[in-house]
Design a protein around this ligand. Structure first.
Ligand code: AMP
Ligand code: MG
Length: 473
């Protein structure tokens, strides 16, 4: 993105933090990036990735964007606390490197340019967890911490997350240049995104409409994956929507424990705009904003609407396919939709624990002869038995038996439940960061068994239901 030029960025140096220390590293990501692991543990890396030392020839920058927040036009936002350190050529392509929490920028508005340890641990662990689940996301390389106090509801301490992505461009970047009447910049941005990330769109009759369609499709697939794994983002403002269809900006997110379609994970979201079951519609609403922003380039509103239409077919098909896979079925199984719906109704009736149900279901499917605890998840055993009979009847009728392997690959044993993040944070705030690393190791292979950490896959403790996560980060 650096080649886009000065209209897109402000040059700004990071503000140093005192006495930095390591909190965590993602070594698998370091390897993917081709980084020297020894360097990553060095004092030079610690100072550089805290923003205390800027490598020669590096121009750190904050980018400007705008956005709709909670349905309202919020005007100019921008990287208030994230600085682009540079771009790295890796075996997997170019990666932008950002320091999040590295100090004030011209776009900090009322903020202090900092990120607290608590939210940095959440972003770091969840980025890596999502990637391991096969869900498109920005990544996180490491966290450094500092004793510098940072005021939120309470006084906390500062941290910096080093995060990477092929691009951090958001829907809000397009909105910024479109609504500001900067249409030359808008087209430069769109051409950059097409050339770098959506080259096939160039050949289309209307490349910008093709871009909108391609982004709609990627977003549809992302939403299907979020819904299937029970992930709630919490703040799906247009400035938090990636043009590459990546999960971006981890704030008050949550992997649902008990299944409740109306679940609201963000304590600040009193109206439930970003409730779990609203996410797919909100994504469409956000795509509509992107379409509006692209109108000066697309030309005809009808062409923009036509490009958005794809979402309405791709999302439901992708969702059925992802949910059917959890049941061990292909998306075109004639009873897939019926069985998915009846399963979600079953889970919603008692707010059955979502990850545990699915993991135990795939265990049962793989070894139906072995004792299972599946039925113990339900108080109303009759309802469960009726559901199971329906599943067996509908799948027996069909020539293709359920695929236990498909179900196991679709039902992780470990997700970053809120209480696990909370416990890790509480320990880290006391100076003990061991659990950050342990949780990272488990979340990097979430489909595997980790006997030492069996309790992390179990039902959450009662206090988990009372955790309140807000936008404060
Ligand atoms: P978010 O809700 O984290 O997506 O942030 C919305 C906007 O506020 C973005 O432009 C952020 O860069 C900015 N922002 C959030 N927190 C801070 C902070 N502590 N200091 C400066 N800017 C911030
Ligand atoms: Mg954001």
């Amino acid at each position: 993105m650096s080649e886009l030029g000065s209209a897109f960025f402000a040059s700004v140096a990071p503000t140093p933090l005192p006495q930095p220390h390591w909190v965590a590293h993602s070594l698998p990501l370091a390897r993917e990036l081709g980084l020297d692991e020894e360097w990553l543990r060095s004092e030079d890396a610690l100072q550089t990735l805290t923003g205390n030392r800027v490598p020669d020839g590096t121009h750190t920058r904050a980018s400007v964007y705008s956005g709709h927040q909670f349905g309202n036009w919020a005007g100019q936002l921008g990287d208030g606390r994230a600085l682009m350190l540079g771009e790295l050529d890796t075996p997997h392509g170019t990666r932008e490197i950002q320091l999040k929490g590295a100090g004030l920028t011209p776009f900090s508005r009322m903020g202090d340019g900092r990120a607290v340890l608590r939210s940095s641990i959440r972003e770091f662990l969840c980025s890596e967890a999502m990637h391991a689940l096969g869900i498109p996301t920005t990544r996180a390389l490491c966290i450094t911490g500092s004793p510098q106090p940072v005021r939120r509801e309470n006084v906390e301490t500062a941290a910096v997350v080093t995060r990477t992505a092929p691009s951090f461009i958001r829907f809000g970047h397009f909105e910024h240049f479109s609504y500001g009447g900067q249409h030359d910049e808008l087209s430069r941005l769109a051409d950059h995104v097409i050339d770098r990330f959506y080259p096939d769109c160039r050949a289309a009759a209307n490349p910008y409409a093709a871009l909108l369609q391609a982004v709609s499709e990627r977003t549809a697939h992302l939403m299907a994956q979020w819904q299937a794994v029970g992930f709630c983002h919490g703040v799906m403002n247009t400035d938090n929507m990636s043009i590459l269809g990546l999960t971006l900006d981890y704030g008050p997110f949550q992997f649902m424990d008990g299944f409740n379609p109306d679940h609201i994970c963000n304590h600040t979201d009193t109206g439930g705009r970003y409730a779990y079951n609203r996410q797919p519609q909100v994504a469409y609403w956000n795509l509509f904003c992107l379409g509006q922003a692209l109108l000066p380039l697309i030309g005809e509103p009808d062409d923009a609407m036509a490009a958005l239409e794809s979402y309405k077919t791709v999302f439901p098909a992708a969702l059925t396919q992802r949910m059917a896979a959890k049941l061990g079925l292909s998306g075109d199984h004639p009873h897939a939709k019926t069985l998915v719906d009846s399963t979600l109704n079953l889970l919603a009736a008692e707010r059955t624990d979502y990850p545990l149900f699915w993991h135990q279901f795939s265990g049962w499917l793989a070894h139906p002869e072995q004792p299972t605890l599946l039925q113990d998840l339900f108080v109303d055993r009759d309802r469960f038995t009726t559901w199971l009979a329906q599943y067996q009847e509908h799948t027996n009728q069909y020539h293709q038996a359920p695929d236990a392997n498909l179900a196991s690959k679709s039902n992780p044993k470990y997700v970053l439940r809120n209480h696990l993040a909370q416990t890790t944070i509480a320990q880290a705030e006391q100076g003990d960061v061991a659990m950050v690393g342990e949780l990272l190791t488990v979340l990097h292979t979430p489909f595997n068994e980790h006997p030492a950490f069996e309790s992390w896959a179990a039902l959450p403790p009662d206090w988990a239901a009372h955790i309140e996560i807000s936008c404060s980060s």
